[in-house]
Design a protein around this ligand. Structure first.
Ligand SMILES: C[S@@+](CC[C@H](N)C(=O)[O-])C[C@H]1O[C@@H](n2cnc3c(N)ncnc32)[C@H](O)[C@@H]1O
Length: 229
């Protein structure tokens, strides 16, 4: 794992899978961290999570921290809302937001989706909004989600999926993956990866009508499921 340092911008914590992807993602999200009016979400994952006061919630790819604030209010001062994001600029923005709101139960730190810096079986709810499509190794991300959830712990994830398989010419194009389209899986592949991680009771809570983005036909959905136990 390494941090991509650039004195004029933030840093990107990656698992070192492919430096060109890191450069494209960092360029996009360093810029977007400073644009609070731009929506980066593709569903209502945080609204559909139902943590109890005192529980631990983690937002994967928390961006500027909007969902983290709502999760922190749900878990209250005795709970914890942890935001993880590879972009140091996003981490700074999310921390500033939590501080403005006076939410001491929020922690935000740089962390890649593919290697969560959380103990096994330590999390009650995983939430993520429009972030997992960026991961090059999504099976690893889902295995990490299954590892950190407590037995019976739940996830609610909003993400894009590919209505038709992404053209192989773009599948690994770093800029196209950073722009939230070429990294999209088909729905069967997406659900298959979740099942392969051992997560169960997966429900599609909402789904958007298909739309075109560059060379792709996409949709987005919000899924809920749980770790057995
Ligand atoms: C489209 S934005 C969504 C942000 C936020 N969840 C929201 O709904 O506003 C995707 C976020 O995922 C983060 N991200 C993308 N790939 C990542 C990775 N491999 N590890 C950690 N964070 C990642 C980006 O830095 C960015 O903040």
């Amino acid at each position: 794992m390494g941090a991509g340092a650039n004195p004029t911008s933030g840093t990107w914590l990656s698992t070192g899978v492919d430096p060109s992807h890191q450069v494209a993602l960092q360029a996009r999200y360093d810029a977007l961290a400073a644009q609070p009016a731009t929506s980066l979400s593709c569903g209502g994952a945080a609204d559909l999570a139902e943590p109890l006061p005192g529980q631990v919630c983690v937002d994967l790819g928390c961006g500027r921290g909007r969902d983290l604030v709502s999760l922190a209010r749900k878990v209250g001062p005795t709970g914890r809302a942890i935001g993880l994001d590879a972009s140091s600029r996003m981490v700074e923005a999310a921390r500033a937001r939590a501080e403005e709101e006076g939410l001491a139960q929020v922690t935000v730190r740089p962390c890649p989706l593919e290697a969560l810096d959380l103990p096994d079986a330590s999390v009650d709810w995983i939430v993520s909004n429009c972030a997992l499509n960026h991961a090059l190794d999504k099976r690893r991300v889902w295995a990490e989600i299954a590892r950190v959830l407590r037995p019976g712990g739940r996830f609610v994830v909003s993400d894009i999926y590919a209505v038709q398989p992404i053209d192989p010419a773009f599948r690994h194009d770093p800029v196209a993956v950073a722009e939230c389209w070429a990294g999209a899986e088909t729905k069967p592949d997406y659900l298959g990866q979740i099942a392969a991680a051992g997560l169960v009771d997966v429900e599609i809570l909402s789904e958007r009508a298909p739309y075109r983005k560059q060379q792709a036909l996409l949709s987005s959905f919000t899924l809920r499921g749980r770790r057995p136990g």
